[in-house]
Design a protein around this ligand. Structure first.
Ligand code: UDP
Ligand code: MG
Length: 312
């Protein structure tokens, strides 16, 4: 069988509610396109029928392939597994399974690739996630771009198309804790934004827990920036400076014969404040340490239970 021009990777975790709609939208996108396309559906250890549904569609439509992971590894790792199995010769597109990223954009994305782009990353013009989540996302992306030593575009998620060479570079990157939009931006080449309206989830509920979102945010910050470590040093230096100034003031007052108050409350306040600073500092160092530990263990990124519809 000849290799497809384009691969579409879709990670799926308990997505049986949207599955039929997803397949339908993907099929009509592929039917209307003159290029050969494969869809790699990654089952991220779903507890519902998602894995069975993937095997079902792969047996009916040869364009659909499945990578079934041995357990739930999380969205970023599921995407990495899909990317590792893609056989495309030209480009790979990444979409969410809940149809928040319209598969139809494959056509204009690929158009941009033909005009010389290596990465077309989708930028959300709007979000349909509610005011609190929207402002948290807004804050996160601004914080990330201030902290990161390498610019990561605002409001761009994983939804994108990448060229074969960018795919190869991303697959070769050995980091264990993956923040794919950061890795993608790090690779470089000609990266162009594409603005789109992000739809709401087509069906079912979000598969990201609050914990999962925080993990992603932490990965974004600690994998791409050493600035938090520098921040600790700065806080330490300023603290010393403030205390030296304060102590000098007290000493001068005493030498001039003024009565110096004992100040029990302020003492407790200062101690608790700086214990907090120290604990946060240890936490920040711990974040880096944990990442180093994860990396040196050198485990594989994921474990595949089985693949369906793949030649080899
Ligand atoms: N997903 C996954 N593994 C997980 C969590 C999510 O493969 O542990 C998939 C999920 O099925 C969906 C995509 O990742 O296709 C994005 O998840 P979701 O739509 O729930 O995230 P949100 O859009 O709410 O941030
Ligand atoms: Mg979603």
């Amino acid at each position: 069988m000849s290799l497809p021009d384009i691969s579409i990777v879709v990670p799926l975790y308990n997505e049986h509610e949207v599955f039929d709609k997803l397949v339908h939208r993907l099929q009509s996108t592929m039917d209307s396109c003159s290029h050969s396309v494969e869809v790699i559906m990654v089952d991220d250890g779903s507890k519902d029928q998602t894995a069975l549904l993937i095997q079902g569609i792969a047996s009916k439509d040869r364009r659909f392939k499945g990578v079934l992971l041995s357990r739930n590894f999380g969205h970023q790792i599921a995407l990495s597994a899909g990317m590792a199995h893609a056989q495309c010769t030209k480009a790979l597109m990444v979409i969410d399974g809940d149809l928040q990223d319209p598969p139809e954009l494959m056509v204009p994305f690929f158009e941009k690739m033909l005009q010389g782009a290596d990465v077309v990353y989708a930028v959300r013009k709007n979000r349909k996630e509610g005011a609190i989540m929207n402002s948290m996302y807004w804050l996160f992306y601004r914080m990330l771009s201030r902290l990161s030593e390498h610019p990561i575009p605002h409001d761009s998620g994983d939804f994108c198309m990448i060229s074969k060479r960018v795919l190869d570079h991303m697959n070769d990157m050995p980091e264990r804790s993956r923040f794919l939009r950061g890795i993608r931006s790090w690779v470089g080449f000609n990266q162009v934004p594409y603005e789109y309206d992000r739809d709401g989830r087509a069906d079912g509920k979000t598969k990201y827990s609050m914990k999962g979102l925080f993990k992603l945010a932490y990965d974004g910050i600690f994998n791409f920036s050493n600035k938090p470590l520098k921040l600790i040093t700065h806080i330490g230096l300023y603290t010393i400076l403030v205390s030296v100034i304060y102590l000098t003031g007290v000493l001068i007052k005493k030498l001039l014969g003024y009565e110096v108050p004992s100040g029990f409350i302020s003492l407790v306040a200062v101690i608790t404040l700086f214990s907090g600073v120290q604990l946060i500092s240890l936490g920040i160092i711990g974040e880096y340490l944990a990442r180093i530990y994860l990396q040196v263990k050198n485990r594989p990124l994921f474990v595949v239970d089985k693949t369906v519809g793949m030649d080899d």
